[in-house]
Design a protein. Structure first.
Length: 172
């Protein structure tokens, strides 16, 4: 895996003598994980190859938001140390340590698989699915509740999955 890529790294502003330079926070919301899919669709519809390269790099960062949590569930917001190569370069603040079952990462994985045919995107999607199966309770009906996750998991889920069919198992 390459270095983590933040969307704030790609914001450009023109210098203005009346204002100090814009300093963007080193954070990434889970909602940003729709961008890899959007960029890949742009590439699939004729935009240049740089869109696909950027999509893959951003997708890596989105997947790492899941992988770096002890239970494999991404936080709503991840924070990054400003120094490149700092150990523990990604961290989560208590106020952001929740997962709202957002679909953006999985949607982008689906689109990247369709565009590139690279099975790594299927594997990453299944890895995320298994973590939701392990840590998010599934009920036949919906009732408000508080999710009890293991103490090793800093990310709490604020929602519930409703199942009307048996769990999905991968086919070879």
């Amino acid at each position: 895996m390459g270095p983590l890529l933040l969307t704030s790294d790609y914001v450009h502003t023109s210098p203005c003598p009346l204002r100090p330079p814009l300093v963007l926070p080193r954070v990434q919301d889970h909602l940003v994980c729709f961008m890899p899919g959007t960029l890949a669709l742009g590439y699939a519809h004729g935009l240049d190859h740089s869109h696909l390269v950027l999509a893959k790099e951003l997708m890596n960062t989105c997947v790492e938001m899941y992988r770096r949590m002890p239970c494999g569930l991404a936080p709503e917001i991840a924070h990054f140390h400003p120094e490149e190569g700092t150990p523990g370069d990604m961290f989560v603040k208590d106020a952001d340590a929740h997962n709202l079952l957002r679909p953006e990462t999985v949607e982008s994985l689906f689109i990247l698989y369709r565009v590139t045919k690279d099975p790594i995107y299927q594997e990453w999607g299944y890895e995320i699915y298994r973590n939701f199966e392990a840590y998010v309770p599934v009920f036949p009906t919906a009732y408000p509740f508080r999710l009890r996750t293991p103490s090793t998991c800093p990310v709490k889920c604020a929602s519930v999955i409703l199942r009307t069919s048996p769990p999905v198992t991968p086919t070879s």
